[in-house]
Design a protein around this ligand. Structure first.
Ligand code: MOS
Length: 725
């Protein structure tokens, strides 16, 4: 094992030499800005762009009245490519506050922004349903509305019957607010045409969707669209599809014959991009007096938009967290007047774990069990839903190791029983988490030359999680070549397909392809399958200046044709159910909170997090993933909420001053550990996903710690000062 690499792109990032999508400034660049709807729902009666057009430097104003040269790209979760089915500027319909109604392009950003603010529209407004409980919000049974097996209800055993007979019953409702991911890099693009070929520079997790979606929208061949996204400044699900404004920039660039840059201002990010929808969870858990979990029922309601069904998948995780023999999961979708919500880090698993793991804590207190012991005694080796084994499951070891490192044995069980000398209430909480270990097909092309340089092109996106470092670590560890000789090219559709990197499948998707390419290189150069390799000598022996090899890999059980589907821009992740096994990553969090006795301010003061993500491909960036996820968990539990005005719709706190996220003072030292046992069934390198599982369970660990400190059960997030009085 080579020593852990520091983040390979760190120096370039802090010195500003790496370029993000919209950093590009090509000659002749024009700047675009959007004017957005100021009603929550209705119709545009009249739109006045004359004042905007009169601003010096304005070159173009597009509204729905322009002759159409665009179609919608279709919703990502319904076989299309885009954030939502609704493509703005195609008609006079307003579906949500903040929907773009005009695109202004000018010689300078200042002129574009000034002119966009001068676009005036008259509307016919309709009543808005903005929240789960709003009148006019329609509730649908998901199993009927989206008849696909992965979104069906879960029915194992007789959950209702067994629950009714259980001597210990917990029945509680938990609420999660809408939240926004606020990545540092704003969503934006630079669109430029060279003849009939469109090049888009955009920070995205899904260059394939941008490419193939734009081709569909513009009615051109995908071969005429290139998407370049070498670095993404945070994504978290927010950049996983074709954004509605990208095609507008492309149309403007074509009309003007100039490159066009469009970057959403922070406030527009709250309405022009996806968000974590509000959700509500009723959890019922039935147990024996000795703490054996016999039955659970998880019913979830999740917000979606009026025009799309963003599917819910909360019960896929809660039904697998323990060996509960009777489980019923049912999910409903509530149509509201918003842009279509979407995936935000641990999209289902964070809210689901909050609800379920808080309820488990209630079972522990109701049965007089230690919360760690209760979890250990309900562990399972088999997937309770399918009956097949887990490919690997080291949750018990995460719990044991975490308890040991945290010093859990010193915990006094009684709420309010641990106080500091100054009266500060101390609470210790624990929670577990799981996340599907998915994977997708990928292609890697590896080139080596006689000067010792290696270049790898592979499907994947670098959004800060460290995929470049993990790939470099894999190559240097395999061949024994220096990291500095390796160039990793990701997020670029010009060489190999760029399937969406999301759902924590990036590493388990890219690394197997890299590994397969390394094996192919060794085969062609007649080198042994493992061990340090002298590529220069091998090339010289072969009488060559360079060599290029390509390899394609797919997830377990995927057919060979999936590679063609990948090349065509298809969406092709697999898991967590594979032929013969079910694969999840696991985590346990141990958290200490300190509650100030008069203000009741909650501070997270200590965290121990132990993860089972198979083999750890890149120790430095993996540890950083966990720390970042814990910070997210702290934010989700104590700070973040997108505020909705139910009368008018939209989100009110649409900036980083009022959308409160944790700052350094809110984050303690986070002690991170890994089980590190490879999962060879999932892929040759034994890696499982990490980025999202690491956030799962942070919220309930904090909330359970607050209960332990104060005796107060919180069932609605975030917990703010006024909630804890
Ligand atoms: Mo992640 S929310 O699947 O990008």
């Amino acid at each position: 094992m080579t020593p852990p690499l520091a983040r390979v792109d760190a120096h370039g990032k802090v010195t500003g030499t790496v370029h993000y999508g919209a950093d590009r400034v090509p000659p002749g660049l024009a700047h675009a800005a959007l004017a957005v709807a100021t009603i929550g729902r209705g119709r545009i009666l009249r739109i006045d762009t004359a004042t905007a057009r009169a601003v010096p430097g304005v070159r173009l104003v597009l509204t729905h009245l322009d002759p159409g040269e665009l179609t919608a790209a279709g919703y990502l979760m319904a076989g299309g490519y885009a954030l939502q089915s609704l493509q703005p500027l195609l008609d006079d319909h307003v579906a949500y506050r903040g929907q773009p109604i005009a695109l202004v392009v000018a010689d300078t950003l200042l002129a574009a922004a000034e002119a966009a603010a001068l676009v005036r529209a008259e509307y016919e407004a309709e009543p808005v349903s903005a929240e789960l409980d709003s009148g006019g919000a329609d509730t649908l049974e998901q199993a009927a509305a989206i008849p696909l097996p992965m979104f069906a209800d879960v029915n194992v055993g007789d959950a209702d019957g067994v629950f009714a007979d259980c001597p210990v019953q917990v029945d509680a409702v938990f609420d999660c607010p809408p939240q926004h991911p606020v990545p540092m890099e704003l969503i934006g693009c630079v669109a430029e045409w060279d003849g009939d070929t469109l090049t888009v520079h955009e920070g995205t997790q899904n260059a394939a969707a941008v490419r193939h979606g734009l081709a569909a929208q513009l009615g051109i061949d995908a071969a005429q669209v290139r998407v370049i996204s070498p670095y993404v400044g945070g994504a978290f699900g927010n950049k996983n599809s074709l954004q509605p404004h990208t095609s507008l920039a492309a149309v403007a660039a074509r009309r003007l014959g100039r490159p066009v840059k469009l970057v959403l201002p922070r406030a527009q990010m709250f309405h022009g991009a996806s968000f974590r929808p509000a959700s509500r969870h009723r959890i019922r858990i039935g147990a024996t007096r000795g703490g054996q979990l016999r039955a659970a029922i998880h019913e979830a309601d999740q917000q979606t938009s009026r025009h799309d069904l963003f599917p819910a998948s909360y019960t896929a995780m809660t039904s697998r967290l323990y060996g509960i023999p009777n489980f019923r999961g049912r999910q409903r979708l509530v149509r509201t007047d918003v842009q279509t919500p979407g995936f935000m880090r641990a999209p289902y698993e964070h809210p689901a774990a909050f609800a379920f793991e808080c309820a488990i804590d209630e079972v522990a207190y109701a049965t007089g069990q230690d919360p760690v012991d209760l979890r250990l005694s309900n562990d399972t080796a088999a997937d309770p839903v399918t009956g097949q084994p887990f490919s690997s499951r080291h949750l018990a070891e995460c719990l044991r190791r975490g308890a040991d490192r945290f010093g859990w044995a010193k915990r006094a069980a009684e709420p309010g029983s641990m106080t500091a000398a100054d009266g500060t209430l101390i609470g210790w909480g624990v929670a577990a988490g799981a996340y599907p270990a998915s994977a997708a097909p990928a292609i890697a092309r590896l080139r080596a030359d006689a000067r010792g340089k290696l270049t790898i092109h592979v499907g994947g996106h670098e959004m800060g999680q460290g995929i470049r470092t993990a790939i470099t670590q894999t190559i240097t560890g395999d061949l024994g070549v220096p990291a500095g000789s390796i160039t990793v090219d990701v997020g670029d559709t010009r060489v190999v397909p760029q399937h969406v990197t999301a759902g924590s499948w990036g590493t388990a998707t890219a690394l197997p392809a890299v590994h397969a390419a390394l094996l192919e290189l060794r085969r062609q150069l007649t080198l042994p399958e493992t061990g340090p390799a002298d590529l220069r000598a091998a090339l010289s022996t072969a009488g060559r200046d360079d060599i290029e090899v390509e390899a394609a890999t797919r997830a377990p059980g995927q057919p060979a044709e999936i590679i063609d589907y990948l090349r065509g821009g298809g969406f092709a992740p697999a898991g967590p159910e594979y032929p013969g096994f079910t694969a999840f990553s696991f985590v346990a969090h141990f958290i200490e909170v300190r509650v100030e006795p008069t203000t009741r301010r909650i501070r997270v003061s200590r965290v121990v997090s132990i993860a089972d993500c198979g083999r750890v491909a890149s120790p430095v960036t993996a540890a950083s993933q966990i720390r970042g996820a814990v910070v997210w968990g702290i934010g989700a539990t104590l700070h973040e909420r997108s505020e909705v005005d139910p009368r008018y719709g939209g989100f009110l706190n649409a900036d980083l001053a009022e959308y409160v996220v944790p700052v350094n003072a809110d984050v303690p030292d986070i002690d991170v550990g890994f089980i590190g046992i490879p999962d060879p069934q999932l892929n040759a390198l034994g890696v499982k996903g990490l980025g999202e599982v690491a956030m799962v369970g942070v919220a309930p660990a904090i909330v359970n710690a607050v209960f332990h400190a104060t005796g107060r059960r919180h069932r609605s997030l975030p917990i703010r000062l006024e909630d804890n009085l």
